[in-house]
Design a protein around this ligand. Sequence first.
Ligand code: SF4
Length: 294
Amino acid sequence: MLNLYKNCNLCPRQCGVNRLKGELGFCGADATAEINRIGLHFMEEPIISGTKGSGTVFFTHCSLGCIFCQNSDISRRVSSGKKYSANELAKQYIELEKMGAHNINLVTPTHYMPTVAQSCVLAREMGLKIPFVYNTSGFEMPEHIKKLDGIIDIFLTDLKYFSPYLANRYSGSEDYFDYCLPAISEMIKITGSPTFNDDGILKKGTIIRHLILPGAVNDTLNILRQTQKHFSDRVLVSLMRQYTPMSTDLPDELNRTVTDEEYAKAVDEFNALGLSGFLQQSDSVGKDKIPKFE
Ligand code: SF4
């Protein structure tokens, strides 16, 4: 799979650069996986974090690059981590399992997918038992998601925008929804409907996350309706209200948190549509809720 770095079309930006030769595309990542932080994380959904934590691996760089990114310390083009081979990564997963992690949570893995897939296979060969979580922006090529069949157990995917205007304004990708929808269909084909272990921790399944943005609650309603229409009861939905302005040069409308009224409107629609999943509460808002990066 490593030859996928050669003429890179790992994400819908399809830059076509040869990352094996050090050429950089939109994401700014070369062909060696770079990681900022590896450790137990307790602030994912309860069926992921459980009581012992999720074994989280934060990859640096990002192929989507939202202007309001909540992890902007590590997601931009600049280097902010340490390089790992697939074999070294697999050993890190084993260490996380020994620490008690319920799963291995691969955060923003898309632009390193060939290395990530290889590391997962190696870790299984080394005896790793816990599930792999592919924690993604949803900006994916559906044909590459198919390649993760038999490797990834859980997809934790964002579904950020329905509106091409917002997708373009905030992420420079007006076709975001057009790629995300078929990509999520492929994820569900791989995982099936959610299944749990005896402790109520997710073993297999797909969770769709949606972060409510200030001033964009109508787009949230459309996302919830589309989710119900296309995926119905085959997914869990995590409705997030943690949006926090993280930089000083955001457009005016993003310089505040989500109001109680906006949140209530989204929750009413969530309930009216009969969706299942998680509703993030108001105490999740604030910079102190963002993971500390190294
Ligand atoms: S993964 Fe990076 S280099 Fe490859 S297509 Fe996407 S943005 Fe471009």
